[in-house]
Design a protein around this ligand. Structure first.
Ligand code: GLP
Length: 256
């Protein structure tokens, strides 16, 4: 696990975008794992600038979103389908048919989740973009999620529903369930780039990087992945013991 700490969210966005662009440069038909939430928005904006300048072409790339609420119409402005279309597919000029989001409105949710898992397994993911919840969740894999889990329906924790209530009229309107790629699904990605910004994420980041491998912090499972980079601003890195090593590769520092 590499940890890169940068002074500002804008630099974090640029650095995460550079990780993704490097993968696409090597493989123009790369498969991207896509996260919603505020954390990766800077990276998507930085990628969109490269696309506009003609430096990056994602027209042959494809994507799989991490998660989706259960029970929202895909056209609902709060659905992750809509968010991904608005923040990723359109600005990055990806082919709409090539960007998939789990179906949270399927009549048979379990079957739809299984089919999604199979599709990911068949195409593979070259680089997975992640945010992290304040409770250490990745995707919607809440504390307690087993490390081997696949795409499935999950119940959202109270904390996650409260955190996400800002997008809904009231807490009662926040869906209680979601469909999410599992931790086992995420771990199959060849590379992973996790973005965390702000003090609110500092404890989750500390537990993910320096805590024991524990289902209490789902993101700690990333310690077992061979090619994961965490790109953090200083506030999100504030509780890391070795946060003094600004912008340096903590993993190689630890080996030294
Ligand atoms: C949501 C999403 C996660 C996301 C997390 C953090 O619950 N399901 O995929 O990483 O929130 O969101 P943010 O980046 O807005 O803090």
């Amino acid at each position: 696990m590499r940890v890169v700490v940068l002074p500002t969210p804008a630099e974090v966005g640029e650095a995460a975008a550079a990780e993704i662009a490097a993968v696409v440069a090597e493989r123009p038909d790369a498969v991207l794992g896509l996260a919603t939430g505020d954390s990766p928005l800077g990276a998507y904006t930085a990628l969109a600038r490269r696309v506009e300048r003609g430096e990056l072409d994602l027209s042959r790339a494809s994507g799989f979103a991490l998660d989706e609420y259960v029970g929202l119409d895909p056209a609902d402005p709060r659905s992750y389908r809509t968010v991904i279309d608005r923040t990723v597919t359109a600005p990055l000029r990806m082919r709409p048919a090539a960007v998939r989001v789990p179906d949270g409105a399927a009549a048979d949710l379990a079957a739809a989740a299984e089919e999604y898992e199979r599709a990911i397994e068949e195409s593979g993911v070259d680089i997975q973009v992640l945010g992290i919840g304040a409770n250490g969740h990745i995707g919607f894999n809440e504390p307690g999620s087993a490390f081997a889990t696949h795409t499935r329906v999950v119940e959202l924790s109270e904390r996650t529903r409260r955190d996400n209530a800002r997008f809904f009229p009231a807490l009662a309107d926040v869906p209680t369930h979601a469909v999410t790629q599992g931790l086992g699904t995420i771990l199959r990605a060849r590379r992973i780039v996790l973005v965390a910004l702000g003090e609110r994420k500092a404890e989750a980041v500390r537990a993910a990087v320096e805590g024991p491998l524990s289902v209490e912090c789902p993101a700690s499972v990333l310690q077992t992945h061979p090619d994961t980079v965490l790109v953090l601003d200083e506030a999100a890195a504030a509780r890391l013991d070795r946060a003094g090593l600004q912008s340096r590769d903590l993993a190689s520092a630890a080996q030294a």
